[in-house]
Design a protein around this ligand. Structure first.
Ligand SMILES: Cc1cc2nc3c(=O)[nH]c(=O)nc-3n(C[C@H](O)[C@H](O)[C@H](O)COP(=O)(O)OP(=O)(O)OC[C@H]3O[C@@H](n4cnc5c(N)ncnc54)[C@H](O)[C@@H]3O)c2cc1C
Length: 276
């Protein structure tokens, strides 16, 4: 069996205060010895410099760091420039995404889908990068059907993706089914579950609506029942998410990728409870 990969995700902070907060979170999270920390990339290159700066800072702290790269709203020339910049810094792992255009934007750029980005990265840089792509066990919200979404996932793998990280989910069966379906299509790259710790009921509901992740009714009802009692929400969320992770790992998931939202405490507690 290949080694499991436990990793963390951050977004590039937009303010000096955010930079400091993320540094403090990272000091705590570095003790977990993650396989890597990834840093998101805003659509149309809106966080390009912030992504690279954050990646370099993490690397300077002795932790492997991986930039995301999203292609929507970008030209081939601008993506080639980002790839050249990543290469010049000796970065060899990236997470390749389509991204989402901010509403009201008209120019979608020269890439329509992530498979085109993966193909472009391979064409420009050969095998230089290990490429991760996104996977959706509960289906991407814009897909017409789970079957089409799966076929589109396969396109990314055929274009040269090495592994994948999923959108978060709370129903492990959705993940196991997705992995089985991939296997049935001959798609056998590692598919690492993305994990969202629960910090706030309202934020979770908002994110989940936007990205198509289902909050099972029993979880939603319990969260609603806690009202403004943040401590109970966090305690319940820790139990639910730790159980989910334990099931995933026990059933052979090739790792876990935590959406930290630049916060250390929930991820640290889950990680320690799992004994990773
Ligand atoms: C692990 C992870 C990290 C992320 N990081 C970022 C980030 O850093 N920055 C950011 O902006 N967003 C990020 N996102 C969000 C992501 O950009 C959105 O979910 C986006 O809507 C889809 O991106 P994708 O790469 O999965 O797109 P795609 O794989 O291109 O899929 C998008 C939709 O198009 C369909 N589709 C795909 N290919 C084709 C095709 N050839 N023909 C027809 N239909 C097709 C798919 O079925 C799907 O419905 C991340 C998501 C995940 C899961």
């Amino acid at each position: 069996m290949t080694r499991r990969t436990y990793s963390l995700e951050f977004f590039p902070p937009r303010t000096a205060e955010g930079v400091e907060k993320l540094r403090a979170a990272r000091r705590q999270l570095a003790q977990l010895k993650p396989a890597f920390c990834s840093v998101t990339f805003g659509a149309g290159g809106s966080t390009r410099e912030g992504t690279l700066e954050t990646v370099l800072e993490i690397r300077g702290e002795g932790v492997p760091a991986t930039p995301h790269l999203s292609c929507v709203g970008s030209t081939r020339e601008s993506i080639a420039a980002v790839l050249a910049q990543y290469r010049a810094h000796g970065i060899r792992h990236l997470i390749a995404l389509r991204g989402d255009m901010p509403s009201g934007t008209v120019d979608a750029g020269e890439f329509r889908y992530a498979n085109e980005l993966v193909a472009f990265v391979r064409q420009e840089t050969g095998d230089w990068f290990h490429i991760d792509v996104a996977a959706y066990p509960e289906m991407h919200p814009q897909a017409h059907s789970p079957y089409e979404d799966l076929a589109n996932f396969r396109r990314k793998v055929e274009a040269g993706a090495n592994s994948a990280i999923t959108q978060y989910f709370f129903n492990p069966d959705a993940y196991f089914r997705f992995v089985d379906d991939c296997d049935g299509l001959g798609v056998r790259i590692p598919i690492v579950p993305g994990i969202m710790p629960i910090a706030s009921a309202s934020k979770l509901a908002r994110f989940s609506d936007a990205c198509g992740a289902e909050i099972p009714r029993w979880i939603r009802r319990r969260l609603e029942g806690y009202g403004d009692d943040t401590a109970s929400i966090r305690a319940f969320g820790l139990d639910v998410v730790t159980d989910l992770c334990a099931k995933l790992v026990a059933s052979g998931a090739p790792g876990l990728h935590f959406y930290t939202l630049n916060q250390a405490s929930l991820t640290t507690t889950i990680w320690q409870r799992l004994g990773l």
